[in-house]
Design a protein around this ligand. Structure first.
Ligand SMILES: CC(C)(COP(=O)(O)OP(=O)(O)OC[C@H]1O[C@@H](n2cnc3c(N)ncnc32)[C@H](O)[C@@H]1OP(=O)(O)O)[C@@H](O)C(=O)NCCC(=O)NCCS
Length: 214
């Protein structure tokens, strides 16, 4: 739940971020601006002694997570993020969500564990976001929407009210979905595309109105 996550802010001693790609660095930026003072990145391809803003990037996971820390799946790719999320759960480590203090959150909105809400994003009232999602910088998910697990709503996307989007979807930068429609699972929408009707077949879609190309 969103409000719980925000209230935990002052008790968080540090965050172990799985991954060190572009998305992980965006997550780190939000965490640091929210007042989190310690981070560790885990990336199996880390170079020796590599650091980001003074924080270590480790090629192996630590055996234990320090008291007061949580782990966070920070891969941009949905499949990798899902396996990171599963690994965190398997180890019994706490996982929280990370929400920018510049994001706005509607009343009765809910955000699942391990989900990220970037700077200046907006989640409308009564919208539900699943686990391991990315609601990226300046994206808008309006009122009464349902977003499944491990779905990425990219920078500057707009999802209009009462729309449902399934699991493991990727909606590219500045793409849109009109109100009151249903989008299935494992669906990609190219940058700038627009869904204007129910779309259930998995695949890659582009354009306005969005057409399936793969
Ligand atoms: C849609 C997308 C995933 C397709 O990538 P791909 O599978 O590598 O596809 P290709 O580049 O081979 O393009 C296939 C065709 O779709 C067209 N196409 C690709 N992306 C398009 C887009 N966003 N809008 C319209 N047409 C697009 C290409 O021109 C090409 O057309 P052609 O066959 O007539 O030449 C990708 O182009 C895209 O838009 N990604 C979004 C990236 C993004 O927004 N990232 C934000 C991260 S926060």
């Amino acid at each position: 739940m969103l409000n719980e996550a925000l209230s935990l802010k002052n008790e968080i001693k540090g965050i172990l971020l799985y991954g060190f790609g572009g998305h992980a660095r965006s997550v780190a930026d939000v965490a640091l601006k929210n007042g989190v003072s310690s981070l560790i990145f885990y990336d199996e391809n880390a170079q020796q002694n590599e650091k980001f803003q003074g924080f270590a990037i480790l090629p192996e996971l630590p055996l234990v997570l320090p008291e007061g820390w949580f782990a966070f799946p920070a891969a941009g790719d949905a499949e990798r993020r899902q396996s990171q999320f599963q690994d965190i759960n398997k180890r019994g480590w706490p996982v929280n969500n990370i929400i920018s203090s510049t994001a706005t959150l509607g009343v009765l909105s809910e955000i699942g564990a391990g989900s990220f809400v970037g700077h200046h994003a907006h989640i409308g009232p009564k919208s539900q976001i699943g686990n391991g999602c990315i609601i990226n910088t300046a994206a808008i998910v309006e009122h009464d929407c349902r977003i499944g697990n491990f779905t990425h709503i990219s920078v500057n996307c707009t999802i209009a009210g009462k729309t449902t989007i399934g699991n493991c979807c990727f909606l590219g930068a500045a793409s849109t979905a009109i109100d009151s429609i249903t989008i299935g699972n494992n669906i990609t929408l190219g940058a700038g595309g627009c869904f204007i009707s129910d779309t259930l077949e998995s695949g890659v879609y582009v354009g306005l109105p969005a057409k399936r190309i793969k």
